[in-house]
Design a binder for this molecule. Structure first.
Ligand code: NHR
Ligand code: GAR
Length: 197
């Protein structure tokens, strides 16, 4: 199959290294030829997100919606849905996206939203996961790809990767070790979803 009928929209807020890993995987693993799938757009809630410029250079459509310009989470999410729906997405992929999404948004894309969270869920939902794992004396940390539901970081687990916590680790050194594994498991999880989508 060489046509495109599965559009993937990726939401970012920052450096976008997971987004880049997914864009690269789509190319190297020939998702268009194998699944009729392409990365249709990258959307950021921050204009300064470094990942946006990279996506543009790759020829991927980009859009910016500044959450601070909206009066409520519902108003921001409504605008975000309009932007995303222009691409009729099969999958909405959160990759370092830092805004909690409203139940209306989650319902609109029911079963089609995934996230990567930098901990071994169900441990350490929410923010500052690496520092909390170090503070608790965890010997292992990691990352989880999961489906997005109304309850933060609680949807079905699709993939996980484990890394050791090393003596002398800081949140930064541990985050970097986890991130290398995120770049492995996130493309893999999306490819598995495309096989059945
Ligand atoms: N939305 C829903 N409904 N469910 C999930 O599981 C979600 C979600 C939106 C984002 C990513 C998540 C993570 O992997 C994610 C999962 C942001 C926050 C947060 O507190 C928490 C978890 C995640 C992302 N955000 C603050 C807020 O008020 C803003 C923080 C900031 O801007 O730096 O939205 O960790
Ligand atoms: C990743 O470690 C991701 O798991 C985490 O932010 C980083 C984004 O890096 N996500 C969250 O903390 C979501 N709240 P990236 O922009 O280079 O992909």
């Amino acid at each position: 199959m060489s046509g495109v009928n599965k559009n993937i929209v990726i939401l970012i807020s920052g450096s976008g290294s997971n987004m880049a890993a997914i864009v690269e995987a789509a190319r190297v693993r020939r998702w268009q030829a194998r699944f009729g799938a392409r990365i249709a757009a990258v959307v950021s809630n921050k204009a300064a997100a470094p990942g946006l410029a990279w996506a543009r250079e790759q020829g991927v459509d980009t859009a910016v919606l500044d959450h601070a310009a909206y009066g409520s989470r519902e108003a921001f999410d409504a605008a975000l849905m309009v932007e995303i729906d222009r691409f009729t997405p099969t999958l909405v992929v959160l990759a370092g996206f830092m805004r909690i999404l409203t139940p209306g948004f989650v319902r609109h894309y029911a079963g089609r939203i995934v996230n990567i969270h930098p901990s071994l869920l169900p441990a350490f939902t929410g923010l500052k996961t690496h520092q909390r794992a170090i503070d608790m004396g965890c010997r292992f940390a990691g990352a989880t790809v999961h489906r997005v539901t109304d309850e933060l970081d609680h949807g079905e687990i699709l993939e996980q990767a484990v890394v050791p916590v090393l003596r002398g680790d800081t949140a930064e050194t541990l985050a970097a070790r986890v991130l290398t594994q995120e770049h492995v498991i996130y493309p893999r999880a999306i490819e598995a979803l495309l096989q059945t989508a």
